[in-house]
Design a protein around this ligand. Structure first.
Ligand code: FES
Length: 228
């Protein structure tokens, strides 16, 4: 028998299957929590930190990633408090600065209320979200790619730098990569990176319906109000 728990997310009573994440419970109930590294059928590693929420316990609130937090009976979650929105916006800003050529990241940043980027741009081609690594190992048991190195040297690579036979060239790693969704204009050149404001409709929708998803065909696998 499926066991359910009841929790409160943003003052809404939500019923959720025991064991699922707070992020999944929120999304299933139509409560938007922006997220990037989470894929519903894969394990969560809490890499992007966009999905942060406040977990309120005995009057004390602790900031934590909702994709790695399991639902519990009586839990109280603030997914869109002033503090969370401010922190999340800063995380989105850092992500855009790190990898401005990701349409998925740009869209999420707009949803988080970002209007300008104050940090220097890096034009990186990976944000270490690990979607590719987890898809390869968990869906195909391929383990053809993995994280290598630490700190600023951390990156995704084939084991020993060589494509193993377990890589079937299925292209799933590319499909699930947020960097594979490029901005609708051309790829931004170094020194010319910016917060993508070309899609006025996105800005307008983000302003009109705070927290709502910006519908975008190219970025649909990253939308947060419901799963594609
Ligand atoms: S979606 Fe939770 S940390 Fe990325």
């Amino acid at each position: 028998m499926i066991e359910e728990v009841t929790l409160t997310i943003d003052d809404v009573l939500v019923k959720a299957v025991k064991g699922i994440s707070v992020l999944d419970a929120a999304v299933k109930s139509g409560i938007c929590i922006p997220h990037l590294c989470h894929v519903p059928f894969l394990s969560d590693i809490g890499a992007c930190r966009l999905c942060i929420v406040e977990n309120v316990n005995n009057g004390k609130a602790k900031i934590t990633t909702s994709c790695t937090l399991r639902v519990q009976e009586g839990m109280v979650i603030r997914a869109n408090s002033e503090k969370v929105l401010k922190l999340r916006k800063n995380i989105a800003e850092l992500l855009v600065a790190h990898a401005p050529n990701s349409r998925a990241i740009q869209d999420i940043a707009v949803r988080c209320g970002l209007k300008e980027v104050r940090y220097p741009f890096h034009n990186a081609n990976c944000v270490l979200c690990g979607r590719c690594v987890r898809y390869c190992s968990e869906m195909w048991q391929g383990n053809a790619i993995g994280f290598v190195g630490r700190g600023k040297d951390r990156h995704v690579e084939y084991p020993f730098g060589k494509r193993p036979d377990t890589c079937k060239k299925c292209n799933s790693c590319v499909l699930y990569c947020p960097m594979s969704v490029t901005p609708c204009g051309e790829v931004m050149k170094t020194g010319e990176e910016h917060l993508c404001g070309k899609c006025d409709s996105q800005m307008a929708m983000a302003e009109k319906i705070p927290g709502a998803c910006v519908w975008c065909e190219t970025g649909k696998s990253f939308q947060c109000a419901r799963y594609a």
